[in-house]
Design a binder for this molecule. Structure first.
Ligand code: ADP
Ligand code: MG
Ligand code: ZN
Length: 617
């Protein structure tokens, strides 16, 4: 039934080795206690004489028998007296002159060689046998632990949710296109005949591609839920185990179970953990293991009968690293992309999660959705959860708008650190710094829209100037990059202008500004004429364990210098531009700082009132 061929450890094998072992011990004991033959007893009290005496006696025909045993010589007289002597190791019977054909004395050279040999090699033999026995025992042990690892693997290949999956399409919000594509899969699971009867090929594999938290797992479950079929799930990382071969065996087991429970869905999460391009530069171990596991997945998918009603769904956020063999027709040939949700989708996701919570009447999700550009479904769920926690802490009966507002800030900017007390001086510098960002950003036409300024510490930052990226931007212009750099340097520029001093508070800003400038030159071909529309640097190897591949330098020393020059020049220019802007608006800056220091946070509306001299709408 199971494909894992590990026999249960048999006791008979054990018994056999035990018997053999005791036999060996007995034998060796016997040979130790009985080293001499029985007739040796009479030689025991032999009289010792020089070997020449024996030779003389031989010549005089005194003996009836001479026994040569190794270097020992026993001579027996007719009367039964026994003499004993020693000869030189190399001396043969003829050399000693005991081979006279006329002489009736029997000269017996005992061939003790063989028995001797046996005794000599017996310990070695024993040792060898013990060694072999030990090795066998060891291997059996390993095999057993392997088999436990495998059966452990079997249980790990979760037969998740044999009971009905509760998730439905309505629980997944804002991914209408993906749902439409998957309707077909649901229909196939429900009415396979409809498709097979007219010869339509059934989709085998569906690859869900999307950033973390965009609802891939959720959607796969929803398909199972809609179709009312079991959902078998395993994560790619669970395949990679200590023993090579365990992953493959887990795959076999998983598919075996799936086939028995068809129609059903097999869901392989994080398939990139095993499905990376093979043969690339691999780091560390687990490489063979991955390859074996991947091959097993491919084999299983190819081995499906045409009418086997099992659909394999897999999820990844790195489609670029997947092995091409996975994407071939008949395998994961359907790809469904899940984008980060847009404004409308975010609103719907928030609503879906609001349904299960006690929301105050009339809460508006739109402002929350507007403030969460770039966040994924999982983040939005998190926001709703934080909102519920805020509400509970504040003893609200239902979740109110302010709870949601604070939750967004907490999730987007990190938790407030009220305990971190800044000195008055630090506070002042932070206020100027943040307002520097705000004013410069506000005045750079391509900069993201200013949203909020705060000098309450959050996470590792002393203060925050919060810009909201606009919705519909898929490309970035050079002007926008430059404006971004300018805005980032606004903080440092303000410090310089007001205090003629520099603080470490700007280190992150400077890092990011330099990075943008470098990317402009190296990735986007936005450098100066000397660099041209050329990409510099080459990704080396594949990503491993979330570490991005190192960039190999594929350009000359001179180009490197040109890039450095461009970065320095660009950042310096934008710094001067920021300084210029702040010099021009120094009065407003001073005015705003007073307000910010007093109330610690400032909304964009409050900012505009002062800055543009507008009255609040
Ligand atoms: P992924 O597998 O893509 O990393 P998940 O499916 O595990 O993301 O999503 C994590 C959680 O985020 C889900 O359990 C769900 O609560 C929430 N979520 C993500 N996307 C959506 C969505 N489109 N609609 C509703 N909830 C979502
Ligand atoms: Mg997931
Ligand atoms: Zn800053």
């Amino acid at each position: 039934m199971t494909p894992v061929r590990t026999r249960p450890p048999s006791n008979r094998g054990w018994l056999l080795s035990l018997v053999l072992f005791s036999l060996l011990i007995a034998m060796s004991l016997f040979s130790m206690t009985h080293p001499v033959r029985q007739n040796d007893a009479k030689y025991a009290d032999a009289k010792e004489v020089p070997v020449s005496a024996i030779t003389r006696g031989y010549e005089q025909k005194m003996f009836s028998k001479i026994v040569v045993r190794d270097n020992k010589v026993f001579a027996e007289t007719a009367t039964g007296m026994i003499l004993q002597s020693y000869k030189e190791a190399g001396d043969t019977v003829s050399e000693l002159g005991w081979n006279d054909p006329e002489n009736p004395t029997v000269v017996e050279v005992e061939n003790r060689e063989a028995t001797n040999m046996l005794i000599a090699v017996l310990p070695d033999l024993l040792f060898l046998l013990l060694l072999v026995g030990g090795l066998i025992w060891l291997f059996r042990g390993i095999a057993r632990s392997q088999s436990t690892a495998m059966s452990f693997g079997k249980s790990r290949a979760r037969v998740a949710d044999m009971r009905q999956v509760k998730t439905r399409f309505k629980d997944v919000a804002g991914v209408e296109e993906a749902k439409e594509d998957l309707e077909e899969v649901v229909d196939f699971l429900k009415n396979p005949k409809k498709y097979t009867s007219i010869g339509a090929k059934i989709p085998r594999g569906v690859l869900l591609v999307g950033a973390p938290g965009t609802g891939k797992t959720l959607l796969a479950r929803a398909v199972a839920g809609e179709a009312g079929v079991p959902f078998f799930s395993i994560a790619g990382s669970e395949f990679v185990e200590m023993f090579v071969g365990v992953g493959a065996s887990r795959v076999r087991d998983l598919f075996m179970k799936a086939k028995r429970n068809a129609p059903c869905i097999v869901f392989i999460d994080e398939i990139d953990a095993v499905g990376r391009q093979r043969g690339g530069a691999g780091f560390g171990g687990g490489h063979d293991e991955r390859e074996q596991t991947l091959n097993q997945i491919l084999t299983e998918m190819d081995g499906f009968e045409q009418d086997t009603n099992v659909i394999v769904m897999a999820a990844t956020n790195r489609p670029d690293v997947l092995d091409r063999a996975l994407l071939r027709p008949g395998r994961f040939d359907r790809r469904i992309f899940l984008d980060k949700p847009d404004l409308e989708a975010r609103k719907k996701i928030l609503e879906v999660h609001g349904v299960r919570k006690k929301m105050a009447k009339g809460v508006d999700y739109t402002p929350i959705a507007k403030k969460t550009v770039g966040l994924a479904g999982a983040d939005l769920e998190n926001i709703m959860n934080e909102a519920a926690i805020f509400a509970a802490k504040r003893k609200h009966k239902t979740i109110m708008q302010e709870d949601m507002d604070d939750a967004v800030e907490k999730v987007a900017l990190g938790p407030e650190k009220k305990s971190r007390k800044l000195t008055e001086k630090e506070k002042k510098i932070t206020a100027y710094h943040e307002l520097g960002h705000a004013i410069v950003g506000h005045l750079c036409p391509e900069s993201d829209a200013l949203h909020k300024i705060s000098i309450v510490s959050r996470g590792s930052a002393l203060g925050v100037t919060w810009f909201l990226p606009s919705e519909d931007q898929y490309t970035t212009s050079k002007t926008k990059f430059l404006d971004e750099i300018c805005g980032l340097l606004g903080g440092r520029a303000a410090e310089k202008l007001i205090f003629d001093e520099m603080t470490t508070g700007a280190s992150n800003d400077i890092e990011r500004a330099s990075q943008i400038a470098r990317s402009m030159a190296m990735r986007f071909g936005m450098g100066d004429d000397k660099l041209g529309p050329v990409a510099y640097g080459e990704k080396e190897g594949t990503m491993f364990l979330g570490v991005d591949p190192t960039m190999a330098r594929n350009y000359s020393e001179e180009t490197a210098r040109t890039i450095d020059d461009f970065v320095r020049k660009t950042v310096e220019e934008q710094y001067q531009r920021a300084l210029g802007i702040l010099k021009k608006h120094r009065e407003k800056l001073e005015e705003l700082v007073v307000i910010l220091l007093k109330q610690e946070t400032m909304s964009v509306e409050e900012f505009k009132v002062v800055f543009e001299g507008k009255t609040a709408a």
